[in-house]
Write a protein that binds this ligand. Structure first.
Ligand code: AMP
Length: 509
């Protein structure tokens, strides 16, 4: 198929606001693809490419558009092959070779195709919201049940291979994406609520499950008989770093299971060690046995995804938690269930008094939505924080001379596209953080002027603040007051940052 057909569909999908029309357009395109084109096109339409990044800087891309072809001739497979050749080019002079390959391809593209390709490579077409529409289009094109498709995509953690399997082999191909032991699933994520009243209201005013929110490391543990593997939040096997967790799970009275929880190191009085201290256990080249006595880890389980051969993902939270309670013993997360805001407030105080971050409020009827930041889990903390994206940074003065310091903070605007600027801060940055951010930001530089370096919007940072103010200073109309950096969230991608819509909600706008 010609790239032009994809570009045209992409344009028409973005021009209509009618969901069913979007689904129809995508389904029609999907049905015309050859098998080897499916994964490529599904990625293009979501604004990404198989190669991830092709190592051509933002500035080069911006300046590459030369003369355009009159008629479309580029094939999809060719475009993918060119991207592949570009990533595979290395060694001296590779930068020039890469640009040449890109130029050659762009010179054969029409103007519309050029714009599409450049925006694709700059990450400007990336659209999380389109995935849900694509899931429906896949169901429509293949005749498969839409819920099954959604679940397979969730468990595969990637829509492209599911699309290919489905369109090539039909609905039966989805069986391979069922939950399986030792194939970790993306962890379910939480949204943010301002306070307990809002959390209860968001969850539907009935009873909600409340749990302490512990600040440690998220883990997912799979067990079959004596085999136990601990996976990190990014789904790496970290069993060797935490043998006591492996042993604790092995001691549970079950044959096989998948647990979801948080592990952290507690002080002798039961209060948590600071997050950074807990995380030392996951550092490289450590003497695990020594660390184990110095900094023992305690697991707290809050969910159960699989038990003795049966998958529990579609069971309501209340049932999963009830089953978990029967087996987890003292490792069950401290919890309560209530519909009363006052009791919820007391529970939050209890958690904060014991040194924890806050509480998690969960919908008792919600299934486990792997990989999704939904509204079924809401975190409530005292200090308000947002995960924002660094858009630019200013060179520091005095002691910070030569270091990128004042950060420009933005949140993705899911309605208008682009980013809403919410303020700047250099507070909370240690020397170590300054050095790190200078190095990392320069790697993703797009352009600069005399005192600011503009970067690709991808680095996520957790910002604490006191208030959201209405401010005429930024086009977004909002600004954070007393913003300070808590930590970098390198475990999060830009797509997982808090959106401007969340900020507006917090601001009551
Ligand atoms: P955040 O990373 O700020 O979006 O908050 C979600 C994280 O809180 C999860 O990924 C867990 O690592 C952690 N967490 C701590 N306690 C809980 C809990 N009771 N339920 C779910 N997640 C929890």
């Amino acid at each position: 198929m010609l790239l032009a057909a994809v570009v045209e569909t992409s344009r028409r999908v973005s021009e209509t606001s009618k969901r069913l029309e979007k689904v129809g357009l995508l389904a029609r395109l999907l049905l015309e693809l050859r098998p080897e084109e499916i994964e490529i096109v599904v990625r293009f339409l979501a604004g990404s490419i198989r190669q991830g990044r092709i190592g051509i800087g933002y500035a080069t891309l911006r300046d590459t558009q030369g003369s355009a072809a009159e008629t479309p001739s580029l094939e999809i497979a060719e475009v993918d092959r060119t991207f592949q050749s570009i990533v595979e080019t290395s060694g001296s002079g590779s930068q020039r070779q890469r640009s040449q390959l890109l130029h050659q391809m762009l010179s054969r593209a029409t103007q519309a195709e050029q714009q599409f390709l450049v925006r694709l490579l700059m990450g400007e077409l990336r659209q999380g919201a389109l995935e849900a529409v694509m899931v429906e289009a896949l169901a429509k094109a293949s005749g498969a049940n839409v819920e099954r498709v959604r679940r397979a995509v969730m468990l595969a953690g990637d829509i492209a291979p599911v699309a290919r399997a489905l369109l090539e082999q039909g609905e039966a191909a989805l069986a391979q994406y069922d939950v399986q032991l030792f194939r970790p699933v993306q962890p379910m994520l939480a949204g943010t609520a301002d306070d307990v009243i809002e959390a209860l209201a968001e969850l539907g005013l009935g009873e909600a499950a409340l749990e302490f929110k512990l600040d440690g490391a998220r883990v997912q543990v799979h067990r079959s008989g004596d085999d136990v593997v601990v996976y990190s939040r990014s789904l790496n096997d970290v069993s060797a770093a935490v043998p006591e967790v492996v042993e604790a799970v092995r001691a549970l009275p079950v044959k096989d299971l998948i647990l979801d929880g948080e592990v952290l190191s507690l002080q002798p009085d039961g209060r948590p060690q600071p997050f950074q201290v807990t995380m030392r256990r996951f550092g490289r080249k450590l003497d695990v046995h020594r660390m184990r006595t110095e900094l023992p880890m305690t697991p707290f389980w809050f969910d159960l995804l699989y038990l003795n051969g049966g998958n529990l993902l579609d069971e309501p939270q209340s049932r999963r938690f009830a089953t978990l309670s029967e087996i987890a013993g003292a490792s069950l997360i401290p919890h309560t269930t209530t519909s009363d805001a006052e009791r919820a407030g007391e529970f939050l105080e209890q958690s904060l008094n014991r040194g924890h971050e806050g509480i998690m409020a969960k919908a008792i009827d919600a299934r486990y939505a792997a990989g999704a930041r939904g509204q079924s889990w809401l975190k409530v903390k005292r200090a308000r924080t947002l995960d924002l994206i660094i858009l630019a940074a200013e060179w520091g003065h005095g002691r910070r001379h030569g270091k990128l310091s004042n950060l420009h903070l933005g949140a993705p605007d899911t309605q208008k596209g682009g980013f809403a600027m919410l303020g700047k801060t250099f507070k909370g940055l240690t020397d170590e953080m300054l050095a790190w951010q200078t190095q990392e930001l320069l790697k993703i530089e797009i352009s600069r002027d005399s005192y600011t370096v503009y970067v690709e919007p991808k680095l996520v940072v957790e910002i604490a603040f006191n208030e959201i103010q209405v401010s005429p200073r930024y086009p977004s109309g909002l600004a954070l007051r007393f913003a300070r950096v808590k930590r970098y969230r390198t475990d999060k991608s830009a797509a997982q940052a808090d959106t401007f819509q969340t900020v507006q909600k917090l601001a009551g706008a």
